[in-house]
Design a protein around this ligand. Sequence first.
Ligand code: C5P
Length: 397
Amino acid sequence: MPTLLLGVSGGIAAYKSADLTSLLRKRGWEVRVVMTPAATQFVTPLTLQTLSRQKVHLDPFDLPADSGVAHIDLVKGLDLAAVVPATANLMAKVAHGIADDLLTTTLLALRCPLILAPAMNSAMWEHPATQANLRLLESHGVSLIPPASGELACGDIGIGKLADVEEIANRIEALHQKRLHANRLHGRRVLITAGGTREPLDPVRYLGNRSSGKMGHALAAAAAMRGAEVTLITTASLPVPPGVGAVPVATAQEMLEAVQKHLPGADLLVMAAAVADYRPARVASQKIKKSDEALTIALEPTPDILATLRPLRRPDQLIVGFAAETDSLIPHAQRKLERKGLDFIVANDVSRPGIGFESDENAVTVLGNDGVVANWEVASKQAIAERLLDLFADRLP
Ligand code: C5P
C-alpha cells in the first residue's frame, strides 16, 4: 500500500483535505495526517482521523507510544508527502527550513518527494515574498500544484483557490507512478505501433477503421516514462509523447516496412495498431467519379505484419499483439496468439459501450502461452498502458 504523509495547514480550504483523504484511501493509499494548530480551527482532527482510519498528528511534544521521536517516526516508510492546502505561511517556512511545529519539523526531515497545493487570497499569492518562496521551493525539487482562479472564500475573484481535489489526487498518483517505475526499462528498446491503417482507393478516399491510436500512444508514453528508447510507428495525428521517436505511416504496407526496419534492435514490440486485413486491389490514379451504377471494389488481403515477423524474431524479443473482438473474445484471441506466434495478446471487447475504439478508457484481458495472465476492468488507457508495460518489463529476459 503506498503511503502518503498529508500535511494540512490553516486555510479555509483545509476542509477539502477531508475529501482528498477519503479519495486517496479509496484508491488504496495509506494516509498519515499531520495538521498545523491553525488547521484544526478549520477541520477537526476527528474528521481526518475517521477518514484516514489512523491517529492524526498535531503536537510535536505528544508522547509517542514507544520511545521514538515523533517527526522522525512519521517520515519512515513514506512514498510521498503533500501539503493540502499549503498556506503562504507554510510555504515560507518550508522554503527557509523553519521547523516550529510538528508539520514543518516533519517536512524538514523528509526523504521522499514533497508536493504543495497552495490556497490563499490573490494578493497573498501574488506578493513578491510568496513568489520568491515559490521559486525557492521549486529549486529544492518541491512539486507545486498551482491554485485555480475563481471566487475566493473572502469574496474576491482571482487566483488562489485550491486546485480541484481529484486533480490533486491524480497528480499525487502520477508522481508516485513516475518514481516507482523510473528506469525500469532503462537501456531497452521498445517498438510500438498505433492507430488504424488507411488503405487508399483513389487520391482522396481510403478504407480505414475506428482505431484512434490513443492506446498505442499511451503505451509509448508509459514506455518512455520507464526509461526505454521508444519508437512509435503511428497512423494517428495525436501528440507524440515526450522522448518518443515517431515514424508516421499510413498503410499496412508502410507499417510492415517500418516494423521490419526497426524490429532487429528492439527488445519489445507491441502491435497496438489496427491494421487493415484487406485493401483495394487497385488504387485509381484519379478520383473515382460518381455515377448511378453500383460500384464494386475488389479487395486483396494485406500482409499480416505479426505473422511475417514470426521467422525473423529472436527468442529474446518479446512480441505482443492486440485483439479487438466483438464476440467470443478469449477463444479468438487465443487462436491469434498461437497463429501469430506471440508471447502475449491483449484482448479487448470493442462491442462494449464506452471502451476501446475512440474512447479514453479500455478494459482488457491479457493472454500468454499459459492462459490468462491479467484481467483488468475499465480504467483509463493511460492506466492500462502503465500496467501492461510493467507486466512486459517483468517478462523481458
Ligand atoms: O488478426 P487480427 O487483425 O485480429 O490481429 C490483431 C493483431 O495483429 C494486432 O496486434 C494487429 O496489430 C496485428 N495485425 C498485423 N497485421 C495485419 C493485421 C493485424 O500485424 N495485417
